[in-house]
Design a protein around this ligand. Structure first.
Ligand code: AMP
Length: 136
């Protein structure tokens, strides 16, 4: 069985981090290999792999912390824009199996970005899917 993730070891204080924000249930620290100045990670202290495994209250507290950390990071680095990124599952690019939100300041010409491949889908297909997800 896999042991505690690197982020659980940071929460436990076994591994150092550059801490920027903390509450009873949330910790935020600078990414060790930042994509930009101020690249930060916001995590729940409880070791949960994916966003949907959090309780609604945990998710709410984490969401408040993501906003708060974004405000603080952006105030300090002064970038004009930022991305909030959150990967669930290795197929989605998640490397550390402990929920984390990336806050990534963005600047003109920084060379970062995604490869979006939009698909054309008929409106009735979208409508049927939306109804299933909405449960109507
Ligand atoms: P993800 O691919 O979404 O799982 O992102 C994992 C992130 O964790 C990467 O951006 C890593 O640079 C970052 N990371 C891994 N180990 C550490 C660490 N010890 N301290 C801070 N950030 C870390």
């Amino acid at each position: 069985m896999a042991g505690p993730s690197i982020f659980s070891r940071i929460v436990a204080g076994e591994i150092p981090c550059h801490r920027i924000y903390e509450t009873d249930h949330v910790l935020a620290f600078l990414d060790i290999n930042p994509l930009a100045e101020g690249h930060a990670l916001v995590i729940p202290k409880r070791p949960v792999e994916r966003l949907d495994e959090l309780t609604p209250d945990e998710a709410a507290e984490l969401g408040r912390a993501v906003r708060e950390v974004a405000v603080r990071v952006m105030r300090v680095v002064g970038a004009p824009a930022y991305n909030v990124l959150q990967n669930n599952g290795s197929l989605a690019g998640q490397e550390v199996p402990h929920v984390h939100f990336h806050i990534i300041p963005r600047r003109e010409g920084d060379g970062l970005g995604y490869r979006w491949r939009p698909q054309k889908v008929a409106p009735e297909v979208l409508a049927a899917l939306a109804a299933r997800i909405a449960g109507t």
